[in-house]
Design a protein around this ligand. Structure first.
Ligand code: G3I
Length: 395
């Protein structure tokens, strides 16, 4: 006798179909996030265990990006304090926002961020002084090298000087290396053809570091970029960094941004890249970490693949398989950071939660869009406290 009588089978099928239809309807009606009361489709995750900040306190700083305090809720601000010990302003210190005109500064948001962090014993990492994007045209007007150099100096000395002693470290130059693969990349710096390069030549990097150091000699100064952990862009980064060091740029470390996808993390290359940078006497930070469960990786600002997230099914819930694979990816990454603890001094997530992320819809972070810990959160804690040999760092 089967466990169900023939009369029960149509009822069971009907019940199953109703549940399936309700689930599909709930998924379709969910453009951004799941209400807290809806049935959970994700594995249960311990919300009370050790925090990442406390777990890694003897290894590295653990950060997040956000324009705090802004419109963050009381709960979100509490989560920042609970889980992170350093904040990167996601946007408000970028040149176009803080310095929109030659004689116009907008310090309200940066001042508020620095104050909030000081009041809550959270450090600040400044982002970013020199970038090809989010930088207004007035910097380059007339194209005269001396004039542009003076504007660069004014920008850096004013901004870094204002927060002297209050901002621990800065991304001095962001994303100066080109993505173009032209056969020359492995042997050359392969600099992006930005307005900075066009007006000042390659010296703009060295000068930017010198101006920043002069404005705050105690601040740790970083070169920051995406995709520099692997391939020809890594080789170019080594050429560039050697030149900066040779020319006396006061550079302290390299920021590997870390915009990856679950199936696209270059673990072995990353492990080697950290060692390569250490061989130059530099520290490393992972500065903009997010690992999507769908969509492409990258980091480039612009309407390219991945930007905005919605085209990759924003609102489609993560499946348990997705979340487990993402947790494994984060565990493997942190196994590398643990192995390289003498070099890796900070790991910063680019956002707070799957709601507060530039990759909305791709579920890239370790708190979900309801601010709950995801499997990836626990996997990162376990990577140190209960390491899984299957997720170990490359030898
Ligand atoms: O604040 C305005 C708002 O007033 C306006 O209504 C709205 C309309 O689009 O735009 C808002 O500004 C947006 C800003 O984020 C704040 O949300 C900009 O349009 C948008 O372009 C900007 O995107 C940021 C992007 O950098 C460009 O600056 C992302 O939030 C930020 O996550 C992203 O971060 C970069 C890093 O700085 C460098 N590495 C790559 C990383 C990801 O692209």
């Amino acid at each position: 006798m089967s466990p169900h009588s023939e009369r029960q089978i149509p009822l069971l099928v009907a019940g199953f179909c109703a549940t399936l239809l309700a689930t599909v309807a709930a998924m379709a009606a969910e453009p951004t996030s799941r209400p807290a009361s809806a049935p959970s489709l994700v594995p249960a995750v311990d919300q009370q265990g050790p925090t990442i900040k406390d777990t890694y306190r003897n290894h590295c700083l653990i950060g997040m990006a956000g324009d705090l305090p802004g419109n963050y809720s009381a709960l979100e601000k509490a989560l920042v304090k609970e889980n992170f010990n350093i904040v990167t302003p996601e946007n408000c210190m970028k040149p176009a926002l803080v310095h929109p005109g030659e004689d116009t500064w907008r310090f309200e948001r940066p001042d508020a961020l620095v104050k909030w962090c000081a009041d809550n014993t959270v450090a600040v990492h400044g982002h970013t002084l020199v970038w090809h994007a989010q930088t207004n045209a007035w910097f380059f007007r007339d194209g005269d090298k001396a004039k542009v150099t003076q504007r660069l100096n004014d920008h850096i000395s004013t901004l870094v000087g204002r927060y002297k002693g209050k901002i621990r470290s800065w991304d001095v130059v962001n994303e100066a290396i080109s993505d173009r693969g032209d056969g020359q990349t492995a042997q050359t710096e392969n600099l992006r053809n930005s307005s900075w390069l066009q007006t000042m030549g390659s010296e703009f990097l060295t000068l930017a570091f010198k101006f920043a150091h002069k404005a705050d000699p105690d601040a740790k100064l970083y070169y920051n970029d995406y995709g520099i952990e692997a391939g020809p862009k890594h080789a170019s980064s080594m050429v560039l960094l050697k030149r900066l060091i040779k020319d006396g740029a006061p550079i302290h470390g390299v920021g590997i941004q870390g915009h990856w996808s679950t199936n696209g993390v270059p673990y072995a290359a990353l492990d080697k890249a950290i060692a390569d940078y250490a061989s130059l006497g530099l520290k490393v930070s992972v500065t903009e970490l997010d690992v999507t469960i769908r969509g492409s990786s990258g980091g480039q600002f612009g309407p390219g693949p991945g930007f905005g997230g919605r085209r990759f099914g924003g609102g489609t819930p993560a499946s348990p398989e997705d979340l487990t694979a993402q947790a494994d990816a984060y565990a493997r990454l942190f196994a590398i950071f643990i192995k390289r603890k003498d070099v890796v001094e900070r790991v910063t997530f680019w956002g707070l939660s799957d709601r507060r992320t530039w990759r909305f819809g791709q579920h890239p972070l370790i708190l979900d869009s309801n601010n709950q810990r995801k499997p990836a959160y626990v996997a990162i804690v376990d990577a140190l406290l209960h390491p899984n040999p299957d997720l170990a760092a490359p030898r």
